[in-house]
Design a protein around this ligand. Structure first.
Ligand code: PEP
Length: 252
């Protein structure tokens, strides 16, 4: 497996300062699992506070704008994320693709802007249930990887230093309690790996491919032990230390 397993919590639009206690508890435990890279992506409003509250784990954003600054009301740039203490950013989450109409070209531009600002990136891909049932999952994910991953010239250094990750998140498995079959996860991760090798050459082996979609304490061990799974992107089960830490432990 390239680099340490990477377990990332995506808090989505959840969390006020009252949740800093959970982050501190997760951070204390993360310090006890040095072989696992642990991170949380809280809402923008909590990034600075989380950065100050934790020491062992990474802190990231859930989105960024392609531009560094300007007339983009409500948006936040990659440079601003760096300034407030983020190490990485998630781009292309299916909720951004759906709720904000984000397409692959925009996601790729965001990924490249984030890398240029010095952030690590997690680029999300994944098919809908209709696409899977229609036998199109592989083609859909392949097209997303091709069109939304940053170009080799923009990404080579970050890829080589392990700062680039892909999250395979079947849309139908996010927040639904439905988890993909391990065999399907293995097959999709292998396909993505081949694409990364074609795109970046041999350093493409250093990109961690995470699984995301209803990961919890009960299924994490099987998913994380599966061939080619380099970690997990976790939504609902990352909101409390009690739910998140067994997933971190399963990666150890
Ligand atoms: C996610 O938000 O990326 C996610 C996988 O959510 P959940 O774990 O709640 O399915």
């Amino acid at each position: 497996m390239p680099h340490r397993p990477y377990i990332v919590g995506n808090w989505k639009m959840n969390g006020t300062r009252a949740m800093l206690a959970e982050a501190r508890a997760i951070d204390r435990a993360a310090g006890r699992y040095p072989d696992v890279q642990v991170a949380i992506a809280p809402p923008f409003t909590l990034i600075g506070a989380l950065r100050e509250a934790v020491s062992a784990m990474g802190v990231g954003g859930q989105d960024c704008h392609v531009n560094a600054k300007g007339a983009h009301t409500g948006d936040v740039s990659a440079q601003m994320l760096v300034d407030t203490g983020a190490d990485f950013v998630i781009v292309g989450h299916s909720e951004r693709r759906k709720d904000h109409g984000e397409g692959d070209d925009l996601i790729k531009a965001k990924a490249e802007a984030a890398l240029a600002a010095g952030l690590g990136i997690i680029v999300c891909v994944g098919e809908t249930l209709e696409e899977r049932d229609g036998g199109k999952a592989e083609a859909v994910v392949s097209a997303q990887v091709t069109a939304s991953m940053p170009d080799a010239d923009a990404a080579a250094d970050a890829v080589a230093s392990g700062k680039v990750a892909v999250a395979y998140e079947p849309v139908w498995a996010i927040g639904t309690g439905r988890v993909a079959e391990v065999a399907d996860v293995v097959a999709m991760h292998a396909q993505i790996r081949q694409q990364l090798l074609a795109l970046y050459g041999e350093i493409g082996a250093k990109v961690r491919i995470l699984y995301g979609g209803s990961v919890n304490a009960g299924n994490a061990r099987d998913l994380l032990a599966a061939e080619g799974v380099g970690g997990a992107l976790v939504g609902g089960a990352s909101l409390t230390a009690e739910a998140f830490l067994p997933i971190v432990a399963a990666a150890d």
